[in-house]
Every structure is written in C-alpha cells, then in structure tokens.
Design a protein around this ligand. Sequence first.
Ligand SMILES: [Zn+2]
Length: 98
Amino acid sequence: MSNDLESNQKPTPGDQDARLYVPIRDTENIKVGVKTSPSREYCFSKFPGEDYYHLLMHGEVYVTNGHDMHCLECALRHGFLTRDRLNWQHQQRDKTAP
Ligand SMILES: [Zn+2]
C-alpha cells in the first residue's frame, strides 16, 4: 500500500512504475490506441542503429501524434510520452494542483 507522494521524490533507474503520461503540451495531439486489426503496421520510428521498423502486434498499445503510429518505446524516446508524472508541474505552475 503506497500513497502518491508529490513531494521531492526523485525517480531513480529501476524505480519506474508502469504509468505513462502525455506531456501536458501535447495532450491535444497525442492519442493512445490499441491495435485491433491483424494487418501489418509498423512503428514510424526506428531505434538508432537499427535498420528495421518495429512491427506493431495485434493488441499492442501504440501512440499516434495524428500522423504516425509509434510503439511505446519510441513514443517515450520522442517525448510523446513521459514517465515524469509531474511533467505538468515542470512545464507550468497550475493553481489546481492538489
Ligand atoms: Zn518503435
């Protein structure tokens, strides 16, 4: 049982939870979907040093920025998603903060 503490917690490598967040500036553009068709579709990105695209699997969660589909790893790498749950706070001060 854990509380969601807002205070001074520094994420450390290996201390990541599974939750992902769309950076507040992108919430209008970024959509998350589940690939529901068995058709072959590929992540728009490649990892640096790799010369192939990632095949998105049936049932895979993906991210789209309105144009292209990205696997979650690439979405994180491109900043479409973040593990920084306080990213909104780092972007701007919000009076509705809890
Ligand atoms: Zn990818």
